[in-house]
Design a binder for this molecule. Structure first.
Ligand SMILES: [Zn+2]
Length: 185
């Protein structure tokens, strides 16, 4: 069976605040009954928090199978991370709307992707748009599907689609902009 993940990626949290913010959101989710307090092996051999009694409040529509799945955990990810979706269809410049990466054009990704490596190596991740020449931060490009680059993320494994109101509530608690990468393994 393929495994599906959905991530709420905080693209504004600093490395210094990520651990504490992550712990705050986890304890809020436990309080709300969305996830279980005790970590168990529930994410592909790794630890996570299984769905709590009220997990459905976080989803658009509950899935009766979720509580019984081997992989059904939630986990907080901290530290520098590329919160990816499966593949990149397009990356669009937020200033001039030019399509700088198109999945029909392999060269466009090879040309663009060094900025991801640069960010991973501790660089700023700012790059001039090849079309308008304006500098654009790595999280400012319009990524389709969404990708996020940051230090704090919340992964949900095999959960049904997260409710937009729930995602907004998490973003509000964080006080930060979030994006939602997702994909199948
Ligand atoms: Zn541009």
């Amino acid at each position: 069976m393929s495994e599906w993940f959905e991530t709420i990626a905080d693209i504004e949290a600093t490395p210094e605040e990520a651990d504490q913010l992550g712990a705050e959101v986890l304890s809020w989710l436990v309080e709300q009954g969305i996830v279980a307090a005790e970590p168990t092996l529930c994410i592909l051999g790794d630890h996570g928090h299984r769905p709590g009694p009220d997990y459905a409040a976080a989803t658009v529509e509950p899935c009766d199978d979720l509580p019984g799945l081997a992989t059904n955990g939630f986990r907080v990810v901290t530290g520098q991370s590329v919160f990816y979706s499966m593949g990149v269809d397009q990356v669009v410049c937020p200033r001039c709307e030019a399509v700088v990466v198109d999945d029909q054009d392999r060269d466009s990704w090879s040309d663009f992707s060094p900025v991801v490596d640069e960010w991973c190596m501790g660089g700023t991740g700012v790059r001039a748009c090849g079309h308008c020449g304006e500098p654009v931060g790595i999280n400012e490009w319009r990524w389709s599907p969404p990708w996020g680059f940051g230090y704090l993320g919340f992964e949900f494994w095999n959960w049904p689609m997260l409710d937009p109101g729930f995602v907004a509530a998490v973003s509000n608690r964080l006080g930060h902009r979030t994006v939602q990468p997702s994909g199948k393994l």
